[in-house]
Design a protein around this ligand. Sequence first.
Ligand code: GRF
Length: 204
Amino acid sequence: MTLQLGVLVSGTGSNLQAIIDAIEKGELDAKIRLVLSNRPDAYGLVRAKKAGLPTLALAHNEFSSREKFDEKLVKSLKEAGVQWVALAGFMRVLTPVFLTAFADKIINIHPSLLPAFPGVNAQKQAFDYGVKVTGCTVHFVDQGVDTGPIILQGSVAVKESDSLEDLRARILKKEHQLFVEALSEISRGHVSVLERRVSVLRAT
Ligand code: GRF
């Protein structure tokens, strides 16, 4: 099944780029119906335009509440024909307005091995803690912050010589692979959820 995808970004959009590239290479069966950002200056919007994709910038601070902002997000995504939502570095917590409209169809990439180091600056949290292994997690989004059912995780070893930036870059590379892989498994109908345990019937 071709995923009818909406991608939400707040920043540089390298994960968005990985999705665009995978679709172009035929590695991911998806169509990006809309790239949406809460930051009009997000470089992710530039990447989307370069790829010829429809974009929309909605500055969250121009809305009177989180719910009003989410109502507009939902309306825009639905009008564009979006059925699945990928949060690719989207730095806003979504309200039940959004979660209900796209129930069980929202996935997020987080740069740590959840449940360790949720929230912002996960790479720095892991680096400062001194863990030897960290990584990234693709998960369904629920009402908590980075608490939803885990689809895939990828590990990244921390080297003694690593700076925070070295580690961040290696995690980001892993994120690009993992996010595409998770979306691809979803498009193949290989992902199912029972309570909070996700089963991924991997392609061979
Ligand atoms: C990624 O590390 C993602 O996990 C986090 O924000 C970063 C976004 O990077 N939530 P990019 O905008 O995809 O380059």
